[in-house]
Design a protein around this ligand. Structure first.
Ligand code: SAM
Length: 450
């Protein structure tokens, strides 16, 4: 299907737009496949058809063809994330605008399904990341992807952007990957062409302004805003940048880009804010736009309420620690009959967030106590926090897939709880009984395809 004429017309004034090459690349139907590796879960990559590195993101790799990702246990272990290459430019944006990550508080406001959140989590390993999604069922997939990615510094919330106004000046970095008219994904998903209209671009532009205006008070003075869309329309890109400088007291931060990357630097017409355009005929990736800003002044500040989280009893923490060896400096708290943990340095921040937001995932779920039996949690298996305690079983591909499908299988192992691994990476828990194996892989995440 051809790119809409009205879009082509509107792009005549867009910086770097080359109509013929743009139309040809859309007509070609060429599909680019890329993944981003999880540096916290290193794996042997020889089974993937890796062809090249993504130039602007050190963990990004192109694949020569699309494998059956569903049948790769490493995907389920969170060892990589299938992500469109242009959007990995966020890696450059954060490296250049936030070189010191320690103690930084980051909000990814429009986060589902979690591509940008998992990238941010890999960079801010000593920071705190809040990944938020307003739409309830999309928040579930965000929890799943963030849990698989692992790491203990991730909180998932399910709130409207306006709810973050209760946390004035709280975050050091605000990522807004805004809902948009989606023209940048036309090559990947030609069905999206039918949904595109000029009226929808105008609607998206208004919604983007509303989201930004609602969320900006939670960004600290001197804090960084990263705004991105997968739309080519200037109304959703450069015009929003102009509006941020004109109305929202932000200043533009230009980024350094290499010439051979093929990324187009653009400047908004009125105030000249710098932005970065990705055209699929000029880079190996899909359509994308990103711009960075600094907030010039703080917002009016009220005291942020703290809701104390119910600390897990000492006796229960002792039971826990007699079974699992975990990192030091964790604080344990109870939530809905399970024990969760977060690094102690983030506990008061989590309390502030819990006072104002609906939290879907707070730190890492560790276990629940059923009588005297300690049931280790799936999030714990994937967290990268297990330093010892339970035995592990290394599965081959066939058994790993049976485990992930929750089908019957037999393996040798010690009776009791075992951590099931593939290629060294934890997949989840199983309990070996004398005559059967109980599979504790979450039913809602199991592989359904045959
Ligand atoms: N950042 C995600 C990633 O990299 O995987 C993609 C985000 S997608 C471009 C935009 C997200 O904004 C969607 O998950 C959508 O549900 C959410 N959204 C839709 N309307 C919204 C609104 N009014 N306020 C905030 N978020 C909204």
């Amino acid at each position: 299907m051809a790119v809409p004429t009205a879009l082509i017309q509107s792009l005549q004034t867009a910086t770097g737009f080359q109509q013929e090459a743009f139309e040809a690349v859309h007509a070609s139907g060429e599909q680019i496949v890329s993944i981003r590796l999880n540096p916290a879960k290193p794996i042997e990559l020889s089974h993937l058809p890796i062809s090249d590195n993504v130039k602007w993101c050190e963990n990004g790799r192109y694949l020569a063809e699309r494998p059956f990702f569903t049948f790769d246990p490493f995907l389920h272990a969170g060892a990589y994330y299938v992500q469109e290459a242009s959007s990995m430019f966020l890696w450059q944006a954060i490296q250049q605008t936030v070189p010191n990550t320690a103690g930084k508080k980051v909000l990814d406001l429009c986060a589902a399904p979690g591509g940008k959140s998992t990238l941010l989590a890999s960079y801010f390993t000593d920071g705190l990341l809040v990944a938020n999604e307003v739409i309830k069922n999309r928040a579930n997939i965000l929890v799943e992807n963030c849990s698989k990615w692992g790491g203990g510094n991730l909180i998932v919330t399910n709130n409207d952007p306006s709810h973050f106004q209760s946390l004035p000046n709280f975050f050091d970095l605000l990522m807004i990957d805004a809902p948009c008219s989606g023209s940048g994904l036309f090559r990947k998903d030609p069905d999206a062409i039918q949904e595109w209209s000029e009226a929808n671009v105008a609607l998206c532009c208004q919604r983007q302004q509303r989201i930004l205006a609602d969320a900006l008070p939670c960004l600290a003075e001197e804090g960084i805003l990263i705004y991105s869309t997968c739309s080519y329309s200037q109304e959703e890109d450069e015009s929003i940048c102009d509006w941020l400088l004109e109305e929202m007291d932000m200043e533009s931060i230009p980024l350094k880009i290499e010439k051979d990357w093929g990324i187009v630097e653009t400047h908004a017409t009125v105030h000249g804010a710098a932005g970065y355009r990705f055209y699929p005929d000029q880079i190996k990736g899909e359509g994308f736009f990103l711009a960075c800003f600094r907030k010039k002044t703080g917002s009016f500040s009220t005291k942020i309420k703290l809701k104390a989280l119910p600390a897990t009893s000492k006796a229960q923490v002792q039971i826990l620690q007699s079974h699992i060896l975990l990192p030091e400096n964790l604080s344990f708290f109870d939530q809905n009959e399970s024990i969760r943990a977060i690094e102690t340095k983030w506990l008061s921040h989590l309390s502030s967030l819990a006072s104002h937001l609906y939290i879907k995932k707070a730190g890492v779920e560790i276990a629940s106590l059923k009588g005297k039996d300690l049931v280790p949690a799936h999030e714990l298996a994937l967290s990268g926090w297990i330093l010892g305690g339970y035995p592990s079983i290394e599965l081959d591909l066939e058994h790993a897939l049976l485990y992930l499908k929750r089908k019957e299988y037999r393996v040798e192992g010690q009776n009791g709880w075992n951590l099931m691994r593939y290629g060294g990476q934890p997949l989840g828990w199983a309990k070996i009984l004398p005559n059967r194996i109980n599979n504790y892989y979450p039913a809602e995440w199991r592989i359904l395809k045959e």
